[in-house]
Design a protein around this ligand. Structure first.
Ligand code: ZN
Length: 255
């Protein structure tokens, strides 16, 4: 017989990938499965004449994420689940401890950007939960609009026992989309554009690497000449194919 008196070891599943790739949907499905597992375990224990206390499940989200609701997470596919908004990684830990949660889920974990002398606080908090045998599931965007690791996500992925990477569909060509394209007033954002662009209409859409456009107006930081020359030979004229992305009179910004 499966000895349910042995506490489960800690486990971290990270669901990651591009915007609109179904990360929240996957998180909700995993939590629903764990709810069923705990209920089945309690019934099995009852049949064996032993007591099993179902592990308490805590579902969280960052307080910044109010896209659909203050107290729920929701997937693009319409799935919803109650979630407690927390303002910081420390608040998350405090609430987990106070409620004695053994299963912890958190949506949009890339928003936990606060750092101390040891790096991202959320990474320390997740490591602490794992040391205390918590079963943890987080979801988060892995890359920002520049295609660089999003805040704490690189470290969180390194900490994971298990990783699920989802892709969405490029809105320009239908290929698997791995990057969020940032658009300001309908045009691709520059690498150095401020995070908040006052007075501008800002939007994001999923794109593949081929269709993703990032202008870099700053001084070159790496010697890219050889890669650029190779790309000019290999690649079809991407800018011509997607002319609404073409820099009009901004060509110099790409050099
Ligand atoms: Zn594409």
């Amino acid at each position: 017989m499966y000895d349910i008196s042995v506490p489960d070891a800690g486990h971290l599943l990270v669901i990651t990938g591009n915007m609109m790739s179904g990360k929240t949907e996957e998180l909700i499905a995993r939590v629903r499965t764990l709810e069923r597992v705990e209920s089945i375990r309690a019934q099995a224990a009852l049949r064996e004449g032993v007591f099993y206390e179902p592990r308490k499940i805590g579902v969280y989200k960052h307080g910044l994420d109010v896209r659909y609701s203050d107290t729920e997470i929701a997937s693009h596919g319409g799935q919803r689940m109650e979630a407690r908004p927390v303002a910081s990684a420390e608040d998350l830990l405090e609430d987990v401890v106070r409620r004695q949660c053994r299963i912890v889920a958190c949506d949009e974990v890339q928003f936990f950007m606060e750092q101390d002398g040891n790096g991202y606080v959320i990474v320390e908090v997740l490591a602490e939960l794992l040391r205390h045998q918590c079963h943890v599931i987080v979801s988060g965007l892995d890359k920002d609009f520049r295609g660089m690791p999003f805040g704490p996500m690189g470290d969180i992925l390194a900490l994971a026992d298990e990783r699920v990477t989802l892709t969405s569909t490029c809105v320009r060509c239908g290929a698997p989309a791995v990057l969020p394209q940032r658009l300001i007033d309908g045009r691709p954002a520059d690498w150095n554009d401020p995070v908040v662009f006052p007075g501008a209409m800002e939007a994001y859409e999923p794109r593949c690497r081929r269709c993703h456009v990032t202008f870099y107006s700053g001084p070159a930081r790496l010697p890219m000449a050889r890669l650029k020359a190779a790309a000019a030979v290999d690649a079809p004229a991407t800018v011509d194919a997607h002319d609404d992305n073409a820099p009009q009179g901004e060509g110099k910004a790409r050099e």
